[in-house]
Design a binder for this molecule. Structure first.
Ligand code: THU
Length: 129
């Protein structure tokens, strides 16, 4: 668990965030045992930016993953950042998972996606399609 936070911390170093100056790193552990990392990538056209969590998720899905165990997220905010609403919805497509957040001072928090996004809108049960 600490290891996943460390990978998220390292991924944060690649954040491209010249507009917000708020760097975020994420590390997503798939059931395969592989870890996929992501950072936020902003854009002059603000809506084209992507959060670290979705960058990691889309990287994982692009590599054939569909099932996930844990997500670690690191940013310079007390206790670490919880994922935004869009990221919660994007993650819920693939089922619930554990979410660990961390700040730069080592404070952490633990959640489940189910608790952060109860009664998520889904067209299929995860894994059903
Ligand atoms: N951001 C993330 O990458 N993840 C979060 O959990 C919260 C917000 C990004 C989006 C934007 O690039 C910057 O942080 C400021 O909101």
């Amino acid at each position: 668990m600490k290891e996943l936070l460390e990978l998220a911390y390292k991924a944060r170093a690649n954040a491209y965030c010249p507009y917000s100056k708020f760097a975020v790193g994420a590390a997503l552990l798939a059931k395969s045992g592989r870890v996929y990392t992501g950072c936020n990538v902003e854009n002059a056209s603000f809506g084209a930016g992507c959060c670290a969590e979705r960058a990691a998720l889309y990287q994982a899905v692009s590599c054939g993953e569909r099932e996930f165990e844990k997500l670690a997220i690191v940013a310079d905010i007390v206790g670490g950042p919880t994922p935004c609403g869009i990221c919660r919805q994007a993650l819920a497509e693939f089922g619930s998972l554990e979410i660990i957040t961390g700040d730069l001072a080592g404070n952490t928090n633990k959640y489940t996606l189910d608790e952060l996004l109860p009664n998520a809108f889904l067209k299929f049960a995860p894994g059903e399609d």
